[in-house]
Design a protein around this ligand. Sequence first.
Ligand SMILES: [Zn+2]
Length: 58
Amino acid sequence: MNIKLLGDYYVWYCDWCDTRNLTLQQKFAVGVVSCGACHKHFDTTAREGEHFALCGGF
Ligand SMILES: [Zn+2]
C-alpha cells in the first residue's frame, strides 16, 4: 500500500482497485482501514509486524 500524509489525513491507494482513499490519522491508528470503492480491508499495522518478524530472526 502506498501511503502519504496530507494534513490530518493519510492518502493511500487501494492494492485491489487503485482507488485513491483519504483516511483520518486517528482511524488509521486503530489498525484497519477499508477502501471506499471495493470495501476491501487493509491492516495498517502490517509494517510493524514485519519489523517484529525481522527482529525475531536473530
Ligand atoms: Zn479498492
